[in-house]
Write a protein that binds this ligand. Structure first.
Ligand SMILES: NC(=O)c1ccc[n+]([C@@H]2O[C@H](COP(=O)([O-])OP(=O)(O)OC[C@H]3O[C@@H](n4cnc5c(N)ncnc54)[C@H](O)[C@@H]3O)[C@@H](O)[C@H]2O)c1
Length: 360
C-alpha cells in the first residue's frame, strides 16, 4: 500500500482511518476515507475525478466520507460512513487493471469499507471491481446488484417533499402546488413523474437539449423554463434542485419565491450560514442528505441480497424521518439542517455505544 505525501493527518478531522493506495503500473492513486464505523461497515461511493492536487483529493474524500456517515445514520442503515476518490482523469486512466487493483485495496480493508458508484464511476465499473472484492455494491442487476439507484433516490425525494408540504401547508401532498425541478437527469425525470401522478404542476429546466426534448415528448403539460435563474425567480411553491450542488447561495436564496426546497442534488448549501438565510426568509429547507438517501438505501440493500420492495419500503420512511427532523427543528429553534445533524449524531452515539456491551 503506497503512501503519498499527506498534509494534515486524519486526527484533525475526526476520521477513523484514511488509506492511501497506489499502483504505479496502472497509475492508480486512490484515497479511501473512513469517517465512522460506529453503526457498521463504512459505505460510500468511489469518485473518479481529475483533482487539481493531492490536497484537493484528500479534502474531498474527508468531506464526502463524513457526509456519508450522517446520511447512512439518518437513513436508518446499519452502516457507517466512508468514501473513496481515485485521483486522475477517468477518460485516460480507467481500465480493467486499474479498477481491479483498486478492488484489491478495498478487499484488503476486510469489510471495513464497502464501495459503490459516484461521479465518474458506473454500474459496469462496480462489476469489474467485484472481481477482486466482496465489498462492493451498486453492481448490475445481472450480477445480483441493485442497478440504477436514481429510482429510489427520486422516490425518497418525493417522500421528503410530501413531509415538507405537510409541515408548511398541512397535507402530505403536492396536489395543486407548483414545483420547479432544476435538472431533468436520471433523478429529475423520475421525480417529475411522481409529482405529476400526485397532481402537482411542474415547471422544469435543464441545460441538455435531450432532457428538454424528453419533457416535450412525454409530459407536454410541464412548463419548460430557460435556466435555473429563471426557475428560482418563477412563481413556484417548491424548488427541487436535481442538477448540481451549491445551488442555494447568496444570489439564489434572496431571489427564491418558493416556500419549500427539497431536491436530490448533493451539497445544495453553497456555504455554512445559507441554512440560516433560508430560515430567515421563511423558506423550509429539507436537508439534501436526508431526502436523497433513497439511492444509498437501494445499493445498501444489495449487502443482504437485493430486494426492491424491501428497499422501497425503507426509502418510503424518508417521509417519517423528514417529518421528525422538521418537528425537532421547530422544538429546538434551529434550522432543519442543524436538527438533522443532531439526530444523526445522536443515533451514531446511542447505537454505536451498544458495541461496548461485550458478547463473549
Ligand atoms: N442518482 C442517484 O441515485 C443520486 C443519489 C443521491 C444524490 N444524487 C444527486 O442528484 C443530482 C442528480 O443526479 P442524477 O443521477 O439525476 O444526475 P444526472 O447527471 O443524470 O442529471 C443531472 C441533470 O442536470 C442537468 N444539469 C446540469 N447542470 C445544469 C444546470 N446548470 N442547469 C440545469 N440543468 C443542469 C444535466 O443536463 C442532467 O440532465 C446530482 O447532484 C447527484 O449528485 C443522485
Amino acid at each position: 500500500m503506497g503512501v503519498f505525501a499527506t498534509t494534515d493527518g486524519p486526527s484533525a478531522t475526526g476520521h477513523e482511518q484514511v488509506v492511501f493506495c497506489q499502483d504505479t503500473q496502472t497509475g492508480l492513486r486512490a484515497i479511501i476515507g473512513i469517517y465512522s464505523t460506529a453503526l457498521g461497515p463504512a459505505l460510500g461511493g468511489t469518485r473518479f475525478y481529475p483533482y487539481a492536487s493531492e490536497d484537493a483529493a484528500l479534502a474531498d474524500v474527508l468531506d464526502l466520507s463524513r457526509g456519508m456517515a450522517y446520511k447512512n445514520a439518518l437513513a436508518g442503515l446499519d452502516l457507517g460512513g466512508g468514501k473513496a476518490v481515485i485521483w486522475g482523469d477517468p477518460e485516460q486512466l480507467k481500465g480493467e487493471a486499474l479498477l481491479r487493483a483498486y478492488g484489491r485495496f478495498v478487499e484488503s480493508l476486510n469489510g471495513r469499507y464497502y464501495t459503490a458508484c459516484d461521479v465518474g464511476t458506473y454500474v459496469a465499473d462496480m462489476d469489474v471491481i467485484a472481481r477482486e472484492t466482496r465489498y462492493v455494491t451498486g453492481r448490475s442487476v445481472e450480477h445480483g446488484g441493485a442497478g440504477d439507484s436514481s429510482v429510489l433516490t427520486a422516490w425518497g425525494v418525493f417522500q421528503g417533499m410530501r413531509a415538507a408540504a405537510e409541515h408548511v401547508w398541512g397535507a402530505p401532498t403536492l396536489a395543486g402546488r407548483r414545483v420547479g425541478v432544476a435538472g431533468l437527469g436520471k433523478v429529475g425525470k423520475h421525480l417529475t413523474r411522481h409529482l405529476l401522478d400526485d397532481r402537482a404542476e411542474v415547471a422544469a429546466t435543464d441545460v441538455d437539449p435531450r432532457a428538454r426534448e424528453w419533457v416535450r415528448a412525454n409530459h407536454p403539460q410541464v412548463e419548460l423554463v430557460d435556466d435555473v435563474a429563471a426557475l428560482v425567480a418563477a412563481d413556484i411553491d417548491v424548488y427541487a434542485p436535481c442538477a448540481l450542488g451549491g445551488t442555494l447561495n447568496d444570489e439564489t436564496v434572496p431571489a427564491l419565491r418558493a416556500k419549500v426546497v427539497t431536491g436530490a442534488a448533493n451539497n445544495q448549501l453553497a456555504h455554512p450560514g445559507i441554512e440560516k438565510l433560508l430560515a430567515d426568509r421563511g423558506i423550509l429547507y429539507a436537508p439534501d442528505y436526508v431526502v436523497n438517501a433513497g439511492g444509498v438505501i437501494q445499493v445498501a440493500d444489495e449487502i443482504e441480497g437485493f430486494n426492491f420492495e424491501r428497499a422501497k419500503l425503507r426509502a418510503t420512511k424518508i417521509y417519517d424521518t423528514t417529518r421528525n427532523i422538521l418537528r425537532l427543528a421547530d422544538e429546538e429553534g434551529v434550522p432543519p439542517a442543524v436538527a438533522a445533524d443532531r439526530l444523526a449524531e445522536r443515533r451514531m452515539a446511542e447505537v454505536g455505544r451498544l458495541r461496548t456491551i461485550h458478547l463473549r
